[in-house]
Design a protein around this ligand. Structure first.
Ligand code: SF4
Ligand code: SF4
Length: 231
C-alpha cells in the first residue's frame, strides 16, 4: 500500500507578502558590493592577470612560449644574423634577431603558461585590463604595444632580508670587485682617474699651468716698481 502524503499546512493569509518584505529589508540593510566602475577603478591584486608585457631585450627567440601556448596565439618571426668573432682568430657566431612578436588576446585564455616557460624573463603579467576594442583584429598586440605594457608591470616584491643573495647579484658583484682591483693595480691608474676638479683643487696647480690667453691679456703692461731694498 502506497504511503499517504503528509497533510498540507493551513496557509496564513499574507504570509508570502511578509516573507518577501523581510527579504527586501534584509537586503536593504546589507553593505552593497556593487563596483562603481568606470567611475571608481577596482582595487586589483598586484599579480592580477590583465595583459602580457614583453621585455624584448631579454627575448632570445627560443620559441618556447609559442610552442607551449595551448591556444597557438603567439606569433613570432625572426631571422639569423652572423656576429663577427669577439677576438681575432675566433669563430663567427649566428644569433636570432626578432622581427615580429605578437599575442592575439582574442584567443588567449590567460593561463600564464608562456610566462612560466620563458627561460629568459621576457614576459610578465600586467594588471592592466582596459584594452577592449570594437574590432577583434585590434586585439592582436604587436611587439611595440606589448613593450608599452611593460611600464604597467608592478615591481617584484622585495627579497626577504634573511634570504641568500641571488647568484646573479653575487656574480655581478664579484666581477665589479675584480675590475676595480685590476684598475687599482694598474701603474698610473690613480693619476689617470684623477678628475679635473681634483686637479684644480691641488695646491700650485694653477701656478704651474700656463695662464690662459685671456689672463695674459689682463696682465699689466708695465712691471710694478721694485720695493726699497730689492735689487
Ligand atoms: S597566457 Fe596562455 S593562452 Fe595566453 S598567450 Fe600565454 S600561453 Fe597562450
Ligand atoms: S620563451 Fe621567452 S625568450 Fe623564448 S621566444 Fe618566448 S619570450 Fe622570447
Amino acid at each position: 500500500m502506497a504511503a499517504q502524503p503528509p497533510p498540507a499546512r493551513p496557509r496564513i493569509p499574507g504570509s508570502g507578502l511578509a516573507k518577501g518584505l523581510a527579504v527586501t529589508l534584509r537586503t536593504m540593510t546589507r553593505k552593497s558590493v556593487t563596483e562603481q566602475y568606470p567611475d571608481v577603478q577596482p582595487d586589483l591584486a598586484p599579480r592580477t592577470r590583465g595583459v602580457i608585457g614583453l621585455f624584448e631585450e631579454n627575448c632570445t627567440v627560443c620559441m618556447l612560449c609559442a610552442r607551449e601556448c595551448p591556444d597557438w596565439c603567439i606569433y613570432i618571426d625572426s631571422h639569423k644574423e652572423t656576429v663577427p668573432p669577439a677576438a681575432p682568430g675566433g669563430r663567427e657566431r649566428s644569433r636570432n634577431v626578432l622581427d615580429r612578436f605578437a599575442i592575439d588576446f582574442s584567443l588567449c585564455m590567460y593561463c600564464g603558461i608562456c610566462i612560466e616557460v620563458c627561460p629568459f624573463d621576457a614576459l610578465f603579467w600586467s594588471p592592466e585590463f582596459e584594452y577592449a576594442e570594437t574590432d577583434i583584429r585590434d586585439l592582436t598586440h604587436e611587439r611595440d604595444k606589448l613593450r608599452e605594457w611593460m611600464w604597467t608591470v608592478p615591481a617584484p616584491p622585495a627579497l626577504d632580508p634573511a634570504a641568500e643573495e641571488p647568484k646573479e647579484l653575487a656574480a655581478a658583484r664579484k666581477t665589479a670587485d675584480k675590475l676595480a682591483a685590476e684598475q687599482a693595480a694598474e701603474p698610473g691608474a690613480g693619476q689617470a682617474a684623477e678628475t679635473p676638479a681634483q686637479q684644480a683643487a691641488e695646491p700650485g696647480a694653477g701656478q704651474a699651468a700656463e695662464p690662459a690667453a685671456g689672463q695674459q691679456a689682463a696682465r699689466p703692461e708695465t712691471e710694478p716698481a721694485p720695493k726699497e731694498g730689492e735689487s
